[in-house]
Design a protein around this ligand. Structure first.
Ligand code: NAD
Length: 460
């Protein structure tokens, strides 16, 4: 944590550094991305420990969902940065010839990245990759609810980067508020929809653009035309990794009534296969982040009737992988994003019921459809709106750097990953260049009749 300097001092120093023009140098950016890559390699063991301490995250999940994702993003960036940073030619209408036009990507400046606690490493470092690639200085504010990871990120960044270039400010809501009182050139926020609104309001005071990576209730539709074992496995995995605390997790199932019983029995088998008879003793099953979230989730267990799981242990912040049936939209579990290992199941008879239900809710971050029926796939994609979507898969869209990742409506504003991260942290400056050798007078006053008729001819 950068304790010696006030937030205003840190920002001033970053602005001074920015004005040296160093971050505009592409070779500098490439070096910094490589330094970040090395920093993560050097600290891999400490990252596992921090995530274990914060979320009981198994090493496998930390590697696959925190470390690999970040490595892949850095590699993708290193491979493409020279193309992304090159000015792009743009077409000029013939009437304006011999002028030429280009689009230049320039850094936004000093950016603020605020992270969430559920993937506390990846959610602060992954946006940072885009900020570096686009030539910005950055201040990171990891989530205070994952304190081990927050302090590790602060130590790593302090060891490998100069604070006038990249630094971490640790702390909770108060620290966030102090940061938000200052003027940044971009704010990249990951968190809940309610806090997203606070961030946008604070940013508006400085006319600062925002990226809001928020959450929502992700529907998962299951049709009858499926491979049932693979469907159950992919849903069980996507829902219960990180004990359901994943922004992309299927929030609730919308299942064709003909297949509901067999799907639930397959999901039950998968839970036993993944976490054995008692998930509480499985080394591969996570814990709820804190007692506040535990209590919130435990109260949702009163909705409907429990089909699978339901066991809890407050002292250990344990909630078993749970599936609940007999649910209606009015139940508490259907009011807000669940963000825990509870999977409500709603039946439908006709797909139009599922579509109507989805469209009656705020737009989600992800929508999942399990069906081999191509017509149904197209129908769902066209009839619904969501930040991202998968067919016959869950959560894995996050691993594709060439897919922009972000929400729509209540699930967010803007996107990142791969080229989208670069775009998010860049301003595209439009440049028109007119040489001196020709200067036709048709656009200058006095506007004679012949000039107007000439203009109508060439533009019409
Ligand atoms: P949160 O909104 O409570 O907190 C996120 C960050 O905002 C933290 O760093 C926190 O310190 C800060 N913050 C909290 N209250 C604040 C306030 N009043 N003013 C200023 N800053 C404040 O979110 P969370 O609980 O950390 O994360 C869970 C949420 O994040 C879920 O809704 C989840 O869906 C969403 N999420 C989204 C993505 C995504 O990529 N879209 C990824 C992970 C999590």
């Amino acid at each position: 944590m950068n304790t010696e300097l006030s937030i205003a001092d840190i920002i001033r120093k970053q602005r001074d550094f920015l004005s040296t023009g160093k971050t505009k140098d592409i070779a500098f950016r490439i070096d910094q991305l490589k330094i970040l890559q090395q920093a993560i390699k050097d600290n891999e063991a400490a990252i596992y420990q921090a995530l274990k301490a914060d979320l009981n995250k198994p090493e496998f999940e930390t590697f696959s969902s925190e470390i690999v994702l970040v490595f892949k993003e850095i590699e993708y960036c290193l491979k493409n940065i020279k193309v992304w940073t090159k000015p792009k030619k743009a077409q000029v209408p013939w009437q304006l010839l011999p002028a030429s036009a280009q689009i230049y990507a320039e850094p936004l400046g000093v950016v603020l990245i605020i992270g969430a606690w559920n993937y506390p490493f990846q959610l602060t470092i992954s946006p940072l990759i885009g900020a570096i690639a686009a030539g910005n200085c950055a201040i990171l504010k990891p989530s205070e609810l994952a304190p081990h990871t927050s302090s590790l990120v602060a130590n790593i960044i302090a060891k490998y980067f100069q604070p006038e270039y990249i630094t971490v400010v640790e702390g909770g809501v108060e620290t966030s508020q102090k940061l938000l009182a200052e003027k940044f050139d971009h704010i990249f926020f990951t968190g809940g929809t309610a806090v997203g609104k606070i961030i946008m309001e604070a940013a508006a005071k400085h006319l600062t653009p925002v990226t809001l990576e928020l959450g929502g209730k992700n529907p998962c539709i299951v049709d009858t035309d499926i491979h049932i074992e693979h469907t159950a496995r992919r849903i069980t995995w996507g829902k219960f990794i990180n004990a359901g605390q994943t922004c992309l997790a299927p929030d609730y199932l919308l299942v064709n009534h003909k297949i509901k019983a067999s799907l639930l029995s397959e999901i039950k088998k998968c839970i036993q296969e993944f976490y054995e008879a008692n998930p509480a003793s499985s080394p591969d099953y996570g814990r709820i982040i804190n007692q506040k979230h535990f209590d919130r989730l435990a109260s949702l267990l009163n909705s409907g009737e429990t089909c699978i799981g339901g066991e809890t242990n407050r002292d250990e912040l344990y909630i078993a992988p749970t599936v609940i049936g007999n649910i209606s939209l009015a139940d508490p579990v259907m009011q807000d994003e669940i963000f825990g290992p509870i999977l409500p199941v709603i039946e439908y008879k006709d797909i139009s019921e599922a579509i109507a239900l989805i469209n009656s809710q705020p737009k989600p971050l992800a929508l999942y459809l399990f069906s081999n029926n191509k017509n149904l796939q197209q129908q769902i994609l066209q009839a619904t709106s969501s930040g991202t979507a998968c067919i016959n898969e869950t959560v894995m869209q996050i691993g594709v750097s060439s897919l922009p990742f972000g929400g729509v409506g209540d699930s967010g504003i803007g996107s990142y990953h791969g080229k989208s991260s670069f775009d998010t942290f860049s301003h595209y400056k439009s440049v028109l260049h007119n040489p001196f050798w020709l200067d036709l007078k048709w656009r200058y006053a006095p506007y004679t009749k012949s000039k107007l008729s000439f203009l109508k001819k060439i533009i019409g």
